[in-house]
Design a protein around this ligand. Structure first.
Ligand code: TXA
Ligand code: MG
Length: 365
């Protein structure tokens, strides 16, 4: 069931009863669909192991793949971090001040006895202070309990999709991914389409130097500038691993992830145009009714041409942030058309495109 938050240009007005309903659901160990500025999450009380287990079950996610814990923005997130983490290195502090609330997740050493299920049993924990006003309204309500209630410190929320699939960027996407799998119908808080459209940048802060685990809208260059430190390179990381300091598990870093049902292939504009030239006529001569439905979609910045009406052409935005914003909904839309193949023009080789390129490479793996 989708419940609505009322969004205005200058902020959000949540119907009090909607907010109370979502908070009560989380307090009693239930799950909700939660809007954030990146993608929608499937949220549970991060300190309730039974509720967190249901998140893993609903997603079909292995329970040793840790979840991100979302915290309230009071005091820049400091009290939430202090609840879940032990040591916060100076560079992590600088990243928090520079980017929170916002699309940045920090991996920190976990405090014993808190968030163990959310962390998939690891001794580290991923923490994020989201900027979406609806998420923040809910998080701050949970931090201010009524008499007789306990404080809920954080919401553990992976992206609200089935494991390995495309992340949801609208409440309707969440409904179609998980609406029917929940025992009672899943309560989904609608905060409008997600602004960023791809998941948060993840920086591991547990290894003495910042390590990029997942690129996102906040670029590696912005991270390095904000903390005055170089991100550890892949080579340096591998050196650490050979010394027995293994990398934390991160399912977002699995090679194949974020995948639509159709096969995704990345090509440059020239190869795309050649492929279209070769294919167009063949598809048009088909008299088979089933084959008359589009079976190939093309998503490209270059102005490509095809003679076939059976190839779906979609224009990729030339601005990286706009492309990120619509990426997952486009992949979903093309899937809904029933295409078997999605040919995508390789994103530009610029830092601003790192997040989009990463998602597309994994979708095509
Ligand atoms: O933007 C986002 O980050 C969204 C929204 C809902 O906040 N969440 C999200 O969650 O993308 P999820 O579960 O789909 O991806 C979380 C990523 C995974 O790759 C996970 O392995 C990694 O974060 N992660 C979480 N805790 C970790 C930890 N303690 N150590 C290493 N990686 C961790
Ligand atoms: Mg995910």
């Amino acid at each position: 069931m989708i419940v609505s938050a009322y969004l205005f240009a200058d902020g959000v007005e949540l119907a009090d009863d909607t907010l109370a309903q979502c908070a009560a659901t989380l307090r009693k160990g239930g799950l909700i669909g939660l809007p954030t500025e990146t993608v929608y999450g499937l949220g549970a009380d991060a300190d309730n192991a039974t509720a967190v287990a249901q998140v893993f079950a609903a997603k079909g996610r292995p329970s040793d793949h840790p979840l991100i814990v979302h915290i309230a923005a009071f005091d820049g997130g400091m009290s939430g971090v202090a609840h879940y983490a032990t040591r916060v290195p100076a560079f992590a502090q600088q990243l928090m001040s520079a980017f929170w609330p916002g699309p940045l997740t920090l991996i920190l050493p976990r405090r014993d006895g808190v968030g163990a299920a959310s962390a998939g049993g690891q001794n580290t924990i991923g923490i994020r202070c989201p900027s979406h006003p609806v998420a923040q309204a809910l998080l701050s309500t949970l931090r201010k309990p009524q008499e007789g209630e306990a404080v809920v410190w954080g919401i553990a929320a992976p992206s609200a999709n089935r494991f390995g699939r495309v992340s949801p960027t609208t409440a309707a996407h969440v409904e179609s991914e998980l609406g029917s799998s929940a025992e009672d119908s899943l309560l989904i808080l609608d905060g409008g389409p997600c602004e960023m459209g791809i998941e948060s940048t993840i920086i591991d802060c547990t290894r003495g130097a910042p390590v990029l685990l997942r690129p996102g809208s906040i670029t590696s260059a912005q991270v390095e500038e904000a903390c005055g430190r170089k991100l550890l390179s892949q080579d340096e990381l591998e050196l650490l691993e050979t010394q027995g300091l293994t990398a934390p598990r991160a399912s977002g870093t699995l090679e194949s992830h974020y995948a639509p049902a159709a096969k995704v292939r990345l090509m440059d504009a020239k190869a795309l145009q050649q492929a279209l030239d070769m294919l167009g006529a063949d598809l048009d001569t088909s008299t088979n009714v089933a084959a008359a439905r589009p079976s190939i979609a093309v998503y490209a910045r270059a102005p490509l041409k095809t003679k076939s009406k059976q190839i779906l052409l979609r224009a990729m935005p030339t601005d990286a942030a706009v492309a990120a914003h619509e990426l997952f909904s486009i992949l979903r839309e093309l899937d809904d058309h029933g295409v078997k193949l999605i040919w995508v023009e390789t994103p530009p080789d610029a830092i601003a495109w790192d997040g989009v390129r990463d998602r597309l490479q994994r979708a095509s793996a």
